[in-house]
Design a protein around this ligand. Structure first.
Ligand SMILES: [Zn+2]
Length: 244
């Protein structure tokens, strides 16, 4: 597989490592300054509380996910654009262009770590009738998933028509994916080790959530008497409490 030969090339290895480090630096700066901008607007009037007070380091699984999602983003954008303008991504020139695309797009994928910081900071948003974990704008996930499926479908459709070997087409796509996973992995490991903790702290210092405990009580719908949850009738007013 031609792609794997290029990947083992030393120069490419160094280039990709540099791209990984530069992208991490961009992620580091932007998530420390802009993560609050990606918080979904529906929490605007919520009371924010911090549960737990401290957040630990990112684990292996989260770090891998952090590397995977920007890769998916770059994969969707690059292959979708290549499909639309009918650019042969599987040739050598195509690969060079793909490298340029990674250089341009990996730093832009800062919204992936920013989203992670928002959603793992341990902040609950309490409004009049709901308690939710703080989340980023929901379009981000859909954008990633939809873009990837669309580009994959387009590419496979094209291959099904021109090439009679779908296995080969799938192989090229898989190799391309691994090819762009490497720089993203570097950025993600650096992010997990150096930035994540600071970014969560920064977001909290910006949002200033309440350090509080959350208690939930249930009470009689008729008289408001506080219930333990095992009653069948209200001990105070005698109203039946179980739904038949
Ligand atoms: Zn009652």
């Amino acid at each position: 597989m031609a792609v794997l030969v290029y990947l083992s090339d030393k120069l490419l290895f160094v280039t990709f490592s540099v791209i990984g480090v530069v992208s991490w630096a961009v992620w580091h700066l932007l998530t420390m300054r802009a993560s609050h901008l990606l918080i979904s607007r529906r929490f605007k009037n919520s009371v924010l509380i911090s549960v737990p007070l401290r957040v630990g380091k990112l684990g292996f699984k989260e770090t891998m996910k952090l590397a995977f999602l920007p890769t998916l983003f770059i994969f969707s954008v690059t292959s979708l654009v290549a499909e639309i303008i009918d650019y042969p991504i599987e040739t050598f020139e195509g690969l060079v262009t793909a490298v340029v695309a990674i250089i341009l797009l990996l730093p832009v994928a800062f919204f992936v770590p920013a989203k992670l910081v928002i959603e793992s900071a341990g902040i609950l948003a309490i409004s009049k009738d709901s308690v939710n974990s703080l989340t980023a704008y929901p379009y981000i996930d859909e954008f990633l998933g939809f873009g990837a499926i669309l580009s994959l479908a387009l590419i496979m459709g094209k291959y099904a028509v021109t090439v009679r070997e779908p296995a080969y087409a799938l192989g090229v796509l898989l190799a391309f994916f691994c090819f762009i996973l490497y720089p993203s992995l570097i950025s993600s490991i650096l992010y997990a080790e150096i930035t994540y903790f600071k970014a969560v702290r920064w977001l909290k210092s910006r949002l200033r959530p309440l350090a509080a405990e959350l208690t939930i009580t249930v009470s009689c719908y008729h008289c408001g008497y506080k219930l333990s949850g095992v009653e069948t009738i209200c001990p105070n007013c005698g109203y039946p409490l179980r739904i038949a």
